[in-house]
Design a protein. Structure first.
Length: 473
């Protein structure tokens, strides 16, 4: 118990030094734990005149050697304590300098060549270290400081200086070797001596809020775990583009697309690609256009055949093959000519054939019934007209001027109706053919001869655009 106050004093100094010691700028705090050895011999000091602890010098006896004499004679001169006999707490101050407090204890049975009787040793020291190779695994340093040392009941202030080396295994753990000369100003109460130390050193105190191994002061994203390559910022999709610069941070993508993917490899960001899994054109939002008609295949009813947008990407059909597209063809299912908007045109030759056959239609006298030989002519007319069902026709009935005009007009109407009815019954569209009786109003011959009257008694069938004058001569 006689040394309890000394131990407590050293412990309180070391434990209370938490606000002023350092190791380096990343992990500013350090703790060294290990053993120590005390050597009084190689100091060049004078032996004390005698006292309670050490005897008076004996003539001819050299208890102490010259400075650094037998410096490594640890068998004869070193007093080595238990494994855990020294602790130091330090804090980095900047520019390679750190400040520390150390506490140590030992048992002294060798004071130079003098064999002592288990003297107790306690020391509390403060030092300033300078580490010229800070942040290196090989970390030598110089130190200067001072302290207070007790050997049994005697104690005195010391001025300290020394050297040491830290060998860092990683950022946090290393081995420490140190030797320090402790100069005493009163040899009667405390001899100068060397104190050697060996142990482990631990660095800590660096702030890493997000736990990504990058200290906050170097971490551009200190609140979010990230990668060293991006100064501590994350790359969630691991595409090599940090999230803050990645337009698609949760999906791996390409640098040229600001981190967004391009599944079809066509150079268009999937987010802007309406067809992300099929290579396409930028002009069509990434969709393909197989037929090159400017309409995306997905919107093209005929994706493999070029066609206009007005027809949903399909070419306009020409059903009747007349060279006139159905959209412009008034008769899309019947071969026609452009001059008649795609409908068939009745040529002069065909119209003449119709007129010749029509004027050979004969009726029973004063009746609207056909004579027997007329049937074949009506049949031929029907065959011709059924090839022009898109064209409007008119059946005109005429008489000569024999008899009352009213009667003749009525008879001509009946005869025209009879011809119309026949043609409708044999397939011609009823809405495309009309009948009109002119009676004696439109003669084609004006002489009062029997032949002339016979010519005026006739049936004419004209297409809607026929030039009647060509046939009424």
């Amino acid at each position: 118990m006689k040394h309890f106050k000394k131990v407590l004093f050293v412990f309180l100094i070391v434990a209370g030094f938490g606000s002023i010691n350092a190791q380096n700028s990343d992990n500013p705090w350090s703790i060294e734990i290990g053993t120590n050895s005390v050597d009084f011999y190689p100091t060049g000091a004078d032996w004390p005149t005698g006292g309670d602890i050490l005897p008076a010098p004996i003539a001819g006896t050299d208890y102490l050697g010259g400075m650094f004499e037998d410096f490594f004679n640890f068998n004869d001169h070193w007093n080595t304590a238990a494994v855990i006999s020294r602790i130091r707490v330090g804090r980095y101050m900047g520019s390679g300098f750190s400040l520390g407090i150390a506490g140590s204890f030992n048992k002294i049975d060798k004071v130079g060549n003098y064999e002592a009787s288990d003297l107790s040793y306690f020391a509390a020291d403060m030092d300033v270290r300078w580490n010229p190779l800070n942040h290196s695994w090989f970390d030598p340093y110089l130190l200067i400081g001072g302290g207070y040392t007790w050997v049994d009941e005697n104690g005195n202030v010391s001025l300290d200086g020394g050297v040491g080396i830290n060998f860092w295994f990683n950022d946090f753990i290393g081995a420490n070797v140190q030797t320090m000369y402790k100069h005493s100003f009163d040899n009667e109460s405390m001899l100068p001596h060397f104190q050697h130390a060996l142990g482990l050193t631990f660095r800590f105190g660096g702030k890493d809020t997000d736990g990504d191994g990058i200290y906050d002061k170097y971490d551009a994203c200190p609140e979010v775990a990230g990668l060293e390559a991006f100064n501590g910022c994350p790359d969630s999709d691991l595409d090599g583009i940090q999230d803050s610069e990645d337009a698609c941070p949760n999906v791996a993508g390409l640098a040229e697309l600001n981190g967004c993917p391009d599944a079809d490899g066509y150079g268009i960001d999937d987010n802007d690609d309406a067809c992300p899994n099929v290579a396409g054109l930028a002009a069509l939002n990434g969709c393909p256009d197989a037929d090159g008609d400017g309409i995306a295949d997905k919107d093209d009813n005929c994706p493999n055949v070029a066609g206009p947008a007005e027809n949903n990407g399909c070419p306009w059909p020409d059903t009747d093959g007349d060279g006139i597209l159905d959209k412009d063809d008034n008769c899309p299912n019947i071969f026609g000519v452009a001059e008649n908007n795609g409908c068939p045109a009745v040529t002069k030759e065909v119209q003449k054939e119709i007129i010749d056959l029509a004027r050979a239609i004969f009726f029973n006298v004063n009746k609207a019934t056909f004579t027997h030989e007329t049937e074949i002519r009506l049949s031929k007319i029907s065959d011709i007209l059924n090839g022009y069902k898109s064209i409007n026709f008119v059946v005109e009935g005429h008489t000569d001027d024999t008899g009352p005009a009213a009667y003749n007009k009525k008879l001509s109407q009946k005869r025209a109706d009879a011809v119309r009815d026949y043609l409708v019954e044999h397939g011609f569209p009823a809405d495309k053919i009309t009948a009109i009786g002119y009676g004696e109003e439109r003669p084609i011959c004006t002489t009062k001869t029997r032949k002339c009257r016979q010519a005026n008694r006739r049936v004419d069938i004209f297409s809607e655009n026929a030039n009647r004058d060509l046939y009424n001569k």
